[in-house]
Design a protein around this ligand. Structure first.
Ligand SMILES: [Zn+2]
Length: 119
């Protein structure tokens, strides 16, 4: 079993990081969980890009890219190289729940295997 070392996911999330399937709340409406169906970026000017979010249960909304939100569910495929052998691995993590990955050890290094030194 691949083991992933993570740190807790406490950084703020901006709306442009959201993807279809994510669930989030606005900080001032923390009891209303919103499910993202689709996102689209709309360049307004060189300084301003809006993100148009299609959500369940309400009209599409457009917000500046850097609007902070609180993510409840953000499942991402994370590609990391094994710390011990460098083999590329891909793991799926729900970032707010599982944390952000910092390193990974692939399943070639089973700690319960025969590699344990005998005294
Ligand atoms: Zn490895």
């Amino acid at each position: 079993m691949t083991s992933v070392v993570t740190i807790s996911f406490s950084r703020p999330v901006h709306v442009h990081e959201l993807r279809s399937g994510d669930i989030f709340v606005f900080p001032d409406a923390a009891h209303t969980a919103l499910i993202v169906l689709d996102t689209r970026e709309i360049p307004v000017s060189p300084e301003l890009v809006l993100v148009c979010l299609t959500l369940t249960g309400c009209e599409p909304i457009s917000l500046p890219r850097t609007t902070p939100v609180t993510a409840l569910r953000m499942v991402r495929k994370v590609a990391l190289k094994c710390l011990l052998c460098g083999k590329p691995t891909e793991t799926e993590l729900n970032l707010p729940k599982d944390g952000e990955p910092i390193s990974v050890v692939c399943d070639d290094h089973d700690p319960t295997g025969t590699a344990v030194p005998t005294a």
